[in-house]
Design a protein around this ligand. Structure first.
Ligand code: PLP
Length: 451
């Protein structure tokens, strides 16, 4: 309480003196100063100047149950008192981590009985790289080590996570990607396939996977990884034909299918996992964020029976893990979070109620002179800002129209993110229809201001 009594200016000065922020131009932030966020409740956050802001990004795609949920707070407090830490190395475990493993198996699709815990989504995807290569080693096929992923996909910021990701601006720094990871184009219809139907384009885009498998050599490919819906890439919802075709190709060549559910998991797309919405049956699923609604860091990998059986029955030691794998406080919060999602029926709420409503509202934005296209899936949505709707002409990049729009949002009590010329949201799943109306009024206002 004492700490928040500093003035905004004092916070900003201390911030710029000591704190190097992630994905930030340190120098320019020092000049501008951070916006200091001091509290939150429901779907709103407040800054140190007392402004109330509708957080349509759920923090960073994570606060699925909204802010201020007492059962999560109580779970953390109870567990901190009882046993704040013990590890899962050396044949030990704690009750919350076991309970969470059990609960995750219950909410996952059939065939997922095992989990490997990490501290974050990036660590989850690092684990994927080691686990799929280990799987093929055990099966006597060590040459199968290449992992295929997608340009403009996001899988985290560790060396392996950023290598799996296809963000060119990340690859440009730090010697990425690491060996054995190759990329195919993303299934972004507006950019890559507008000359054909979405359904046709979905199959064409999935075909790029087959072409890459053949180029690399099928006997060298270990796995394919993708987000069911690309999040950080700009909420790019693939055509319905895409994932079933990806599944068919993976099956045909026997390669493992990995679904990165870090954003799409825990109800965001209207099922527990995005792969269920998209109609694929992955062998492995990475998760993080929504598993604790971001109240505390936790991530992991759901390991399907095909891989688990080999690791357990033939693998011996798996030389991998983290101090915080199965952290008891994080696990206790995750258990409370999953139980709350069940109790509030949030997955059904997204699937049957607010998801379709948000879709309807975003579709209605097509009449706006700046909006070239809209995408939506459950409680994720995006729109593309264009200079000329009829021709689909983009704005000159130096205008940074997304950042201009984002600035208007920021100034008008709305957190909406800009990815290039795409404006995106992923609001808390607990939102009501009335709150979506409030959100949409703000979105329209900010689009009008951007004109
Ligand atoms: N995978 C996806 C799909 C993500 O969106 C993110 C983070 O945004 C990550 C992985 C990395 O997770 P973390 O930031 O917890 O390491």
């Amino acid at each position: 309480a004492v700490a928040t009594q500093r003035s905004t200016r004092e916070w900003q000065q201390a911030d710029s003196k000591h704190f190097l922020h992630p994905f930030t131009d340190f120098g320019s932030l020092n000049k501008k100063g951070s916006r200091i966020i001091t509290k939150a409740e429901g779907i709103y956050i407040w800054d140190s100047e007392g402004h109330k802001i509708l957080d349509a990004m759920s923090g960073l795609w994570c606060v699925n149950v909204g802010y201020g949920q007492q059962s999560l707070i109580d779970a953390a407090t109870r567990q901190m008192k009882e046993l704040p830490f013990y590890n899962a190395f050396f044949q030990t475990a704690t009750p919350p981590s076991i309970e969470l493993a059990e609960l995750l198996a219950q909410v996952s699709p059939p065939g997922f009985e095992h989990v490997f815990f990490t501290g974050s989504g990036s660590e989850g995807n690092d684990t994927i790289v080691r686990m799929v290569r280990r799987y093929w080693d055990i099966l006597g096929q060590p040459e199968r080590h290449v992992i295929i992923s997608r340009k403009n996909g996001y899988h985290g910021s560790t060396m392996a996570g950023a290598s799996l990701g296809g963000m060119s601006y990340m690859h440009a720094q730090g010697g990425l990607p690491i060996p054995g990871i190759v990329h195919i184009d993303q299934p972004y219809w507006y950019e890559n396939g507008r000359d054909m139907s979405r359904a046709d384009f979905g199959k064409v885009a999935a075909g790029w996977l087959e072409a890459k498998i053949l180029e690399v050599g099928p006997e060298k490919v270990a796995a394919f990884i993708g987000e069911p819906v690309q999040g950080a890439g700009g909420v790019i919802v693939p055509p319905e034909t895409y994932w079933p075709e990806i599944q068919r190709i993976c099956d045909q060549y026997g390669i493992l299918l990995v679904s990165d559910e870090v954003i799409c998991g825990f109800g965001r797309t209207g099922h527990w996992f995005g792969s269920q919405t998209m109609g694929s049956k992955p062998d492995l699923m990475t998760f993080a964020k929504g598993v604790t609604s971001g109240y505390i860091p936790l991530g992991g990998v759901m390991v399907g029976d095909r891989v688990a059986k080999v690791l357990i029955e033939q693998g011996g030691d798996f030389n991998h893990g983290f101090t915080y794998s199965g952290h008891p406080v994080a696990a206790a919060v995750a258990v409370a979070n999953i139980k709350l999602i069940q109790q509030l029926r949030l997955v059904e709420h997204v699937r049957d109620n607010v998801g379709p409503y948000l879709a309807e509202q975003f579709e209605s934005l097509r009449d706006h002179p700046l909006v070239g296209d809209v995408d939506h899936c459950g409680m994720m949505a995006g729109l593309l800002l264009v200079k000329d709707k009829a021709k689909g002409t983009p704005f000159p990049s130096e205008l940074e129209v997304g950042m201009v729009c984002r600035g208007h949002c920021f100034g008008n009590g709305l957190i909406m993110r800009a990815v290039g010329d795409r404006m995106i949201i992923a609001p808390p799943l607990v939102m009501s229809r009335a709150q979506i109306d409030e959100l949409m009024a703000l979105v329209r206002k900010c689009l009008d201001l951007t004109l």
